[in-house]
Design a protein around this ligand. Structure first.
Ligand SMILES: [Zn+2]
Ligand SMILES: [Zn+2]
Length: 320
């Protein structure tokens, strides 16, 4: 991810991160008081091209803007982007837990770095290590502020590696890792496949392929919205959960809360539950909507775009 690369460039050049950023843009604040991974100013990309010899268009692929175009039909650089975790930037502080990390990836990296996928709200399990990602230090609860390593120490250039919490020094690799087991392997495979393929621009589920990927992600999003709503449609959550975990299931911490503002485990669960509803299409979908007594309008309400295959099925469900 761009910001992580900038930190690496600074260190490789024996520079403090904020000195390096002042050289880059004249004023380091223009870099760290915004979410540069989501909204990288063209001047910054141009300057990096000048200094590194790497094409600005290539550097742009390190940003989330590039990723968001693949997964969000209505991506606005300045607004909240669907599926991208918000940082809540306030001056140089991050008020939200917007960057997740895999402790094992950080531990195994020779030079730990931040992957773009760690900012994706539905990327909740590491595709390599199969552990749930984390979004804060397990020891002190601070957000993963990897770019603040040598802050507050004038003479320090060599900050600790990214796997050490900048607040308390805890080695994030030592955190107790958590795994999440879905009740059946078909669902596990479907979710894992979706997690790594969406940045290719297309997605696949069962025998169906969705190009672009947001044809599927729009519907997953809608099902999550219905399941987590505080109105009658929210019954769908319990219907699906009872199918998946008949012995007992975890209720939602809060109804009506936006997906990107939920914790890792809850995002993980909601995404998988929506995927489950879309498997064996359209049998599970029909059954769940009838047993949860969902109204037709909530199936498509507030959707930016309704993919034809979904619109068609919603009309049929209503007639059944
Ligand atoms: Zn990992
Ligand atoms: Zn800490």
């Amino acid at each position: 991810m761009l910001s992580s690369w900038i930190v690496a460039l600074a260190r490789a050049n024996g520079c403090k991160v904020h000195t390096f950023c002042s050289k880059l843009s004249g004023n380091q604040h223009t870099i760290w008081n915004r979410d540069i991974d989501r909204m990288a100013p063209p001047e910054l990309l141009g300057r990096l091209e000048e200094l590194t010899g790497i094409d600005a268009a290539k550097i742009r692929t390190f940003t989330l803007a590039h990723l968001a175009e693949q997964i969000d039909v209505d991506h606005h650089a300045n607004g909240n982007a669907t599926w991208i975790l918000p940082l809540g930037v306030w001056h140089r502080k991050r008020l939200r837990y917007g960057v997740q990390f895999c402790p094992m990836c950080l531990g195994f990296d020779k030079r730990p770095y931040v992957r773009r996928s760690w900012r994706l709200a539905y990327y909740t399990e590491c595709e390599h290590h199969r552990v749930l990602l984390m979004d804060r230090c397990q020891s002190c609860g601070e957000a993963f502020n990897y770019f603040r390593g040598e802050l507050g120490n004038r003479n320090q250039i060599d900050a600790a590696k990214l796997n050490f919490c900048v607040n308390c020094g805890f080695d994030l690799w030592r955190a107790v890792q958590q795994r999440f087991e879905w009740p059946d392997w078909q669902l596990t495979v479907a979710i894992r496949t979706l997690q790594f393929m969406t940045d290719f621009g297309w997605a696949t589920l069962d025998n169906r392929t969705f190009t672009p990927a947001y044809e599927l992600l729009l519907v997953i999003r809608q099902l999550i919205r219905v399941m987590s709503s505080g109105s009658r449609g929210g019954q769908l959550y319990d219907t699906v959960a009872m199918h998946l975990w008949p012995e007992g299931y975890q209720v939602l911490s809060e109804r009506g809360k936006e997906y990107e503002r939920r914790g890792v485990i809850e995002r993980h669960r909601l995404f998988g539950m929506a995927v489950w509803l879309l498997m064996d299409w359209p049998g599970r979908f029909e059954l769940a909507f009838h047993s949860a007594h969902i109204r037709r309008y909530s199936l498509t309400r507030d959707m930016k775009v309704v993919p034809a295959w979904y619109a068609e099925q919603c009309a049929k469900v209503w007639q059944l």
